[in-house]
Structure formats: structure tokens, C-alpha cells
Design a protein around this ligand. Structure first.
Ligand code: 5AD
Ligand code: SF4
Length: 450
């Protein structure tokens, strides 16, 4: 009988991608994926360290899994518990000490070793820890034939980060920047296309720092990689995330100009509109540099829409500096954005900076920033009304007969149609705009019926 594997994923799309790869690595061992921990033989928590209280949440989830494990053992079975992801990387030893029922702690660089780690844990009947940064990159060891991805697929092209923004744990949990070779990426994209993917999102913590070795032996940038992947038959849509403003080069901007399949939407985190705060964050660009990049992008691709990340209440942020962030948000007019209160991550330089902004002040600034961001998002969504947009149909909606898909701008849109349209790209006319989604109807009856 097949063993059951349940993977719970927290955090970014890189983790979603890694969770799928872990399932691929374990499939040859007879593990089939389950959609809940009850009844599973193995549970992996793929954790995220970027949010506040990440490790506390991990420990409380582990406590619940331990109860399940004890029940299972009382009934003569067992449950293998593994912790993966960035909390595993950052706090591996502490997890093993505080949660002795955890069998395996595995960092993001060691997922290809899961079969060996499971065997070791079973043999030793004890805990195993794999959180070192090996010399060879993990991508070389992951299986080539993964499970079918569905119409929307992720492809990891780059991992780690050398930017060392002073608030961020990623350079410590994911390690140094590493780009996969172009040939390996193209082979994976070919496979995804053959398996039916219509849209590929190229992933990396700092994806536009990509500089993978090309077939010509030279380092290729992300712009060149995008042009190559856009040639693959069947790949109708390309995206990439997450980018750093300082790594947005001319070749990438030209790709936005020339490659029709590259969606006119870019997530480009700015974090702050104040030059002093940007410098304290070690962001390596000014507000003016950012605005100039946006201008160049808009000249290259006039219909491009922008998304961003913001942090309010970074240590020492004054009211005037926060006002510069509001001003930048007004000027760019983001189609959507994420905003966070600064919170210290142990071990990062900002965590030991003086002059903390009070929690009340942070909350108040967050609210004011969100008012601006929401207003622009709604205005952006409203401008879609009356237009006909290409929608990649992803799934059925909550109401019977309803479908949900994504526009080129990643807006969720719901409309009526039969479930067999899932996995296709359709023309949909937008009828209404809400805070976070659009409503519409399939524009071409003939196409919908085909
Ligand atoms: N505090 C608040 N927000 C943070 N982010 C990363 N680290 C922190 C932190 N210490 C946010 C940044 C980043 C996004 C993924 O999470 O805005 O772009
Ligand atoms: Fe973190 Fe992004 Fe800065 Fe890298 S570029 S340190 S991942 S915020």
C-alpha cells in the first residue's frame, strides 16, 4: 500500500516550488501526496522565516503533530515528522532540542537528500539534521520528471541572495546567490510545456540577479533567458519574481519591450521612499533611481503595471521619511502591493539598530500607507472594466458554474463557464471591479463553446 505524504507550505512561491520538488523526490519511495496530516505517514512542514513569530508558529504546529504521532504510535503505527524551509535552516539545532519528536530537520539546500535522511532516521531511531550549505547546488540532484504541473507552473532559476538588506534573513537562510545553468532551465521549461503548462513563473529570491551559464559558456542575464524560454512552443505566458531594483538591467527592460509573452506586470519591491532609510536598509538605490527605472519600463512597455513590497517603521524612520514613502506610492500608482510593519529578525543588522519606532506608530503608518495602496489598486481594477482581457482559467469558483482565472496583471477574475475550460486561455470581458478581484463574462461564445 502506498505511503502517504502531507506537505504543509508556508511563505513564498519558492517554498511552493520546493514542496512540489520534495514530493517528487519522495514519489519513487512510494509516497503519494495526501491533502491533510490525518492518516499521513510522513508530514513535512515547509517553513518561512520572513514573517514575525515564524519559529513560535512552527513549534505550535509541531506540538499538534506530536499529538498525532502519539495517537498513531498507540495504534501500532508511526508518523515521521520533518521540518524544512527557512526556519529549519535558521534554527535546526533548537528544533531538535525543543521538539525531540521531530525526526528530520532539512534545510533548503538538502532536499535531494530526503530519501537518505528518512532511511537514517528510521535506522537510528533518532533525529537527523541536514542544514549545511553543500558545495554542489541542490538543483543538480532533483529528479527531472516531476508531477504534472497544471496550466500554471513555477520554475526555480536562481536561489539565495547576496544583497544583505539589513532587515532580511534570506542571505542567512538561503545562502549565497546561485544561478542554474541555462541548459538545465530550458530542459525543465520544455518538460513543463510538454506536460501542458501554459504559464511559467521564473522564481528566485533575487531572480533578476540571474547570471546562469549559457550554452555558449558565457553568463546569461535574465532578459536573455526570458527570450530563450519564450521560444518554447506552448508557453504562452512568462513571469518572474522577485526582483531587486538595482538588478534591473537594460537587457531585461528590452525583454519587456520585445517579448509579447512576457506579461506586462512586474513585482519590484521598493520598501521605502526615503533615501536615508533606503541607505540604512542597504538597498543600494535611491527613490529617484527607482522612479527612473519605472519610467524606463513604462517607455519600453506602456501597458506595464507594477507591484511592490513596503516596510513601515524601520528603525529611526521619522514622520517625514514615512511621508516620502507615501509620496512614492502616490507617484507610481501600483496596481497592487504588500506592506509590512518592520519587525526585527534575530541575527540581522537592523535587529540591533537603535531608535525603534513604537508599535502604535507602525500600525498607524501601515494603515495610512494601505489607504494609498488600496485606492490605487481599486483605481487600477476599475480601469479594467469594459476591456477584454486574456484570462488563464485556473479553477472552479465557489458558486456553481463559476470559473476563476488570472488576467495578465494577476488580477483574479470570476465569470460563468463550464469546468472543461479550466487550463485554457480565454478572452473575458470585464464587467465589474472589486477590491481584490474582477467580474466578467467570456467574450467569445464560439471560443467558450469550442
Ligand atoms: N520586517 C518586515 N518586513 C520584512 N520583509 C522582509 N523582512 C522583513 C522584516 N524584518 C518584507 C520585505 C520583503 C518581503 C518579502 O517581506 O518587504 O520584500
Ligand atoms: Fe532579502 Fe530581497 Fe534584500 Fe535579498 S534583495 S536581502 S532577499 S530583501
Amino acid at each position: 500500500m502506498a505511503k502517504k505524504l502531507f506537505v504543509r507550505t508556508y511563505g513564498c512561491q519558492m517554498n511552493v516550488y520546493d514542496s512540489a520538488r520534495m514530493a517528487d523526490v519522495l514519489a519513487p519511495l512510494g509516497y503519494a501526496q495526501a491533502d491533510a496530516p490525518d492518516g499521513a505517514d510522513m508530514v513535512i512542514l515547509n517553513t518561512c522565516h520572513i514573517r514575525e513569530k515564524a519559529s513560535e508558529k512552527t513549534f505550535s504546529e509541531l506540538g499538534r503533530l506530536n499529538l498525532l504521532k502519539q495517537e498513531r504510535r498507540a495504534a501500532g503505527g508511526d508518523l515521521t515528522i520533518a521540518v524544512a524551509g527557512c526556519v529549519a535552516q535558521a534554527e535546526g539545532a533548537e528544533i531538535l532540542a525543543r521538539a525531540p519528536y521531530v525526526d528530520i530537520v532539512v534545510g533548503p539546500q538538502s532536499y535531494h537528500r530526503l530519501p537518505e535522511l528518512i532511511a537514517r532516521a528510521a535506522r537510528a531511531g533518532g533525529q537527523v539534521l541536514a542544514t549545511d550549505f553543500p558545495a554542489e547546488p541542490k538543483f543538480d540532484h532533483l529528479p527531472e520528471d516531476g508531477a504534472a504541473p497544471g496550466p500554471q507552473a513555477f520554475l526555480s532559476v536562481q536561489e539565495g541572495c547576496d544583497k544583505f538588506c539589513t532587515f532580511c534573513v534570506v542571505p542567512y537562510t538561503r545562502g549565497a546567490e546561485y544561478s542554474r545553468p541555462v541548459a538545465a532551465i530550458v530542459a525543465e521549461a520544455d518538460r513543463l510545456a510538454r506536460q501542458g503548462a501554459l504559464e511559467i513563473t521564473l522564481l528566485g529570491q533575487n531572480v533578476n540577479a540571474f547570471h546562469g551559464e549559457g550554452p555558449d559558456g558565457r553568463a546569461w542575464g535574465l532578459g536573455r533567458l526570458i527570450r530563450r524560454i519564450a521560444e518554447i512552443d506552448g508557453i504562452e505566458r512568462l513571469r518572474y519574481t522577485t526582483s531587486h531594483p538595482a538588478d534591473l538591467d537594460e537587457a531585461l527592460i528590452e525583454a519587456h519591450r520585445d517579448v509579447a509573452r512576457l506579461m506586462p506586470f512586474l513585482h519590484l519591491p521598493v520598501q521605502s521612499g526615503s533615501d536615508r532609510i533606503l541607505a540604512a536598509m542597504n538597498r543600494r538605490h535611491t527613490a529617484a533611481d527607482y522612479l527612473r527605472s519605472i519610467d524606463r519600463l513604462r517607455r519600453a512597455r506602456p501597458d506595464i503595471a507594477l507591484s511592490s513590497d513596503f516596510i513601515v517603521g524601520f528603525p529611526g524612520e521619522t514622520e517625514a521619511e514615512f511621508a516620502a514613502t507615501l509620496d512614492l506610492a502616490e507617484r507610481v500608482g501600483f496596481a497592487q502591493a504588500y506592506s509590512f510593519k518592520y519587525s526585527p529578525r534575530p541575527g540581522t543588522p537592523a535587529a540591533s539598530m537603535e531608535d525603534r519606532v513604537s508599535e502604535e506608530e507602525k500600525a498607524e503608518r501601515l494603515e495610512r500607507l494601505r489607504e494609498v495602496l488600496e485606492r490605487h489598486r481599486l483605481a487600477f481594477n476599475r480601469r479594467s472594466v469594459g476591456r477584454t482581457v486574456d484570462v488563464l482559467v485556473e479553477r472552479s469558483g465557489r458558486k456553481p458554474g463559476q470559473l476563476i482565472g488570472r488576467t495578465p496583471y494577476l488580477q483574479a477574475i470570476h465569470f460563468d463557464g463550464p469546468a472543461r475550460l479550466i487550463g485554457r486561455i480565454l478572452s473575458v470581458e470585464v464587467d465589474s471591479a472589486h477590491g481584490i478581484s474582477l467580474g466578467g463574462h467570456a467574450a467569445l461564445a464560439a471560443e467558450a463553446a469550442a
